[in-house]
Design a protein around this ligand. Structure first.
Ligand SMILES: Cc1cc2nc3c(=O)[nH]c(=O)nc-3n(C[C@H](O)[C@H](O)[C@H](O)COP(=O)(O)OP(=O)(O)OC[C@H]3O[C@@H](n4cnc5c(N)ncnc54)[C@H](O)[C@@H]3O)c2cc1C
Length: 302
């Protein structure tokens, strides 16, 4: 059994200045909430990523993957073990005919813009979603009646032995905000999308419309993680929370937005405990008033 000091020395020896110790996860989440990652690293390429995965395996420490942190609630106690952020080092976007290959760290709006510039449709729904391709594939992100699985052809992943695998659409078992990759230990490195030809101006118009709709319907100016709960079949979580009187409810510095009831905003200095307590409260209220048991869309880590 390697001691804590031994683990840190080995990580420092292999990752040197790339390794951050006790890195506040609040710096890496859109909610600006979250305790420290025991160890944090942002690899710059697949080889470095493999090295990190194999190190965590060798040292028998937990491994957690994050993207842009826009769908995450990290507990105040932080995350034990090694947290790997898939970011800029994986943000290449290549387009060949109707096929877009995007790294897991590429941001959705960047992919949507690149698709538009190449007269390709299939990504305009994602305008204004601040996540990465990796996070979007894992979550089967979607909006405006579309979702990412509709254009996915294949996804390249790395397993915990550092092996690269290519998964086809049918292996990913997509459903509403669900993919087989959730809780699977596989790490997305890139994905291929098959898009249809489209008209540049039409795509631009559509994207602008979606961005304007977001500005009108969604709270602006406070850190948040988008929708907190999934929409139950045939209904919307926002509507249920609204009719149950949850808008404006507060715990500490976390508040159910008065603009959109399915968003919880950080008024400044909110803790993960504040958010989790508020989540429990509103879930109970909605269950009592409507009989519907809401399910979390945001992922809780730590
Ligand atoms: C303002 C705002 C608006 C939003 N609007 C929408 C919306 O309209 N529709 C929607 O679906 N979502 C929306 N979201 C939520 C979020 O942006 C998406 O779910 C996004 O796809 C998450 O990507 P991420 O990179 O931030 O992932 P993270 O939040 O970092 O991670 C999400 C999950 O994916 C895992 N993960 C991330 N990257 C990888 C990887 N490379 N390999 C393996 N696992 C990985 C993490 O462990 C975690 O379980 C919104 C969020 C905000 C803040």
């Amino acid at each position: 059994m390697t001691t804590i000091k031994g683990v840190e020395e080995r990580l420092l020896c292999c990752l040197n200045d790339r390794l951050l110790v006790n890195e506040p996860m609040a710096r890496h989440t859109s909610w600006r909430i979250g305790g420290p990652a025991e160890y944090f690293v942002e690899p710059q390429n697949t080889e470095e990523l493999k090295k990190c995965i194999l190190l965590a395996k060798e040292l028998q420490i937990p491994l957690t993957i994050v993207g842009n942190g826009t769908n995450l609630l990290v507990k105040d106690t932080g995350i034990p073990g090694l947290v790997i952020k898939i970011g800029r080092g994986f943000s290449d976007i290549n387009i060949n005919g109707g096929v877009i290959t995007a790294g897991a760290g590429a941001l959705l709006p960047a992919v949507a813009r690149a698709a538009m510039d190449h007269h390709l449709s299939g990504f305009s729904w994602s305008a204004g979603i601040p996540g990465t391709i990796g996070g979007a594939v894992i979550m089967n992100a979607g909006a405006n009646g579309s979702c990412i699985s509709e254009v996915i052809q294949t996804v390249d992943v790395i397993n915990r032995d550092g092996e690269l695998l290519e998964l086809g659409h049918e292996q990913l078992c997509f459903d509403y905000r669900i993919s087989a990759l959730q809780d699977s230990e596989l790490i997305v490195v890139d994905a291929k999308f098959l898009c249809s030809p489209g008209d540049h101006n039409e795509i631009k118009k559509e994207m602008n419309k979606y961005i304007a709709k977001r500005k009108e319907m969604q709270p602006q100016g406070y850190p948040n993680a988008g929708s907190v709960f999934k929409n139950p079949p045939g209904d919307s979580a926002g509507r249920l929370l609204d009719v149950s009187g949850c808008k404006g409810l507060k715990v500490g510095n976390a508040q159910v937005s008065t603009v959109h009831a399915n968003w919880i905003i950080n008024l400044g200095g909110a803790t993960a405990d504040d958010v989790l307590t508020l989540i429990c409260q509103v879930k109970e209220i909605v269950k009592d008033k409507t009989g519907v048991a809401l399910q979390l869309e945001v992922r809780v880590l730590g």
